[in-house]
Design a protein around this ligand. Structure first.
Ligand code: HEC
Length: 158
């Protein structure tokens, strides 16, 4: 079960970045408990959402103020809700509680299916675009070939 909470209540520290000493140790400990209870179900290695630590995360949010981190989270959650990847289950005072509806793989598949539908279900125009944009390499094609062979072998075995 999974959950996400937003506090609409801003403090004056909202304009500082985390590196400027915004949190007391007590607040950090409280945050860790909230994270364990409400975030880690999605935000973990192999979970449906990116890990909120490490080089990638630090780079993305190093200069961010608390307010902009908050806004990022809020925007993300509302966007995921619109795409029906998550749904609201409860409200606790000012916090909305969400839970995952789709796995990340399923969400990606849905996006790809929607994209193909735009091209009338034809993959060829999408492939040409990817090739012209330099986004499709020979290695990708070789992997794709392997996957297609494996898939048709499976179909034949049915
Ligand atoms: C139901 C699953 C779920 C829960 C629970 C959840 N999140 Fe997320 N969150 C996501 C997904 C999925 C994304 C990435 C969406 C994307 O990249 O389009 C995300 C993105 C984020 C990001 C942006 C990450 C980045 O590197 O860009 C932050 C920050 C974040 N969540 C914080 C939190 C916090 C804090 C909590 C707990 C209070 C939480 N999330 C709970 C699913 C969840």
């Amino acid at each position: 079960m999974t959950v996400w909470a937003v506090h609409i209540h801003f403090v004056s520290a909202q304009d500082k970045t985390a590196d400027q000493g915004v949190y007391t140790s007590a607040q950090a400990a409280r945050g860790a408990a909230v994270f364990e209870a409400h975030c880690v179900s999605c935000h973990r290695e192999g979970g449906s959402a990116p890990v909120l630590a490490g080089a990638r995360f630090t780079k993305a949010f190093a200069d961010a103020t608390l307010l902009s981190v908050f806004t990022t989270i809020q925007t993300t959650m509302y966007r995921l809700e619109t795409k029906r990847a998550i749904k609201r289950t409860r409200k606790i005072s000012n916090a909305h509680i969400f839970e995952a509806v789709l796995s990340r793989t399923a969400a990606h598949r849905r996006i790809v299916d929607e994209l193909l539908a735009l091209f009338g279900g034809r993959t060829q125009p999408v492939m040409s675009h990817l090739i012209e944009a330099g986004k499709l390499t020979l290695d990708d094609l070789r992997d794709a070939e392997k996957a297609i062979r494996k898939h048709s072998a499976k179909e034949r075995a049915k």
